[in-house]
Design a protein around this ligand. Structure first.
Ligand SMILES: [Ca+2]
Length: 329
């Protein structure tokens, strides 16, 4: 009997995060500084549960643990390309309209949706209320607390139940996997029902991905990535050896930008003649070492996911989709 009570007591503590002091403080602060009332926030959070798996997944993301070859193979396998072509054909008119209106290539929109949700087929196995509450209170960062408030704001505005929508472990929602602050800032209503619905409206979801890229500076007249010829002495460098290359600038870091002459001076290439500055990327791909440079549109993709691998894979998938689409049609 005593054991039973003990268990019951534990369960009740786990089940209701409203009893936590940090949660109480959060509710006090947010009800004083946002349009949400104390009762509204409590109502939402009374259903929130801490999910430990979220914390585990947070420290184990493929961008930081996989080699380029392994990472790239996930996104560029033939089943993915096939699904991508189906997606392009199924949504052809919509994608063409969005491409024209926002000035963002439909192949990059499709590529992002392919990477995020397997072309609209997998919206995640979590719900944003639990995952973001977990990140807000177990990680305890202001970043996730802001995301939590953004989630509650959009849930109230659009009459959505955040416990009943699907999301990634990080609370990313819908076909383009927007975190709540992005949902609120870049989500658009493209089907005209006055609701930004990134979960159920394909129109809203696709246009919002284009809008996200456009607002961050996507330029339809500019290249995304260019391949250069790597200096022969680096041509058989694997990931490990690439990491040990000593240059004055960081490689594979989307915050690093170098000019053609910087790149030649580093010895990585003998020739380069692009104008301005670009992001230097050196990867072991297949059995070869490749050097790419990422232009401003590449930087725009990293706004979606702050990883050079991610942006490079989005680019390569977009190029492959375009090739296959134009060949097939
Ligand atoms: Ca809508």
């Amino acid at each position: 009997m005593r054991i039973f009570f003990f268990l019951l007591f534990n369960i009740s503590i786990d089940a209701n995060i409203l009893d936590r002091e940090d949660v109480k403080l959060f509710i006090e602060t947010q009800s004083a500084t946002t349009e949400l009332t104390k009762e509204e926030i409590e109502n939402f959070l009374s259903k929130a549960e801490i999910v430990n798996r979220v914390i585990e997944l947070r420290s184990n993301q493929p961008e930081s643990t996989f080699s380029w070859n392994r990472y790239r193979n996930i996104f560029l396998k033939s089943s993915k390309l096939k699904a991508g072509i189906n997606f392009l054909l199924e949504n052809e008119n919509l994608l063409n309209r969005v491409e024209n209106e926002y000035g963002v290539s439909k192949f990059y929109i499709a590529s992002i949706i392919g990477a995020e949700t397997s072309f609209g087929k997998n919206f995640g196995t979590f719900n944003p209320l639990d995952t973001i509450s977990t990140l807000a209170f177990e990680v305890g960062s202001n970043f996730w607390k802001k995301e939590l408030i953004n989630l509650l704001q959009l849930s109230k505005r659009y009459g959505m139940d955040p416990k009943n929508i699907k999301s990634s472990w990080a609370g990313a929602i819908g076909i383009g996997q927007f975190i709540p602050s992005s949902y609120n800032s870049y989500g658009v209503d493209y089907d005209g029902d006055s609701i930004v619905d990134l979960v159920n409206s394909r129109e809203d979801g696709i246009a919002s991905v284009a809008n996200y890229l456009k607002v961050h500076g996507w330029d339809p007249n500019e290249e995304v990535v260019q391949e250069l010829s790597i200096n022969k002495k680096y041509s058989a460098f694997n990931d490990e050896k690439i990491q040990a290359i000593g240059t004055d600038f960081k490689l594979n870091n989307f915050r690093t930008k170098v000019s053609s002459s910087d790149l030649i001076e580093s010895g990585l290439v003998e020739e380069a003649n692009y104008s301005g500055e670009a992001i230097p990327l050196v990867v072991f791909q297949g059995q070869n070492t490749k050097i790419y440079i990422g232009f401003d549109n590449f930087r725009v993709i990293t706004k979606y996911n702050q990883s050079s691998y991610y942006a490079l894979v989005i680019h390569q998938l977009a190029v492959e989709l375009k090739k296959k689409y134009e060949k097939d049609s």
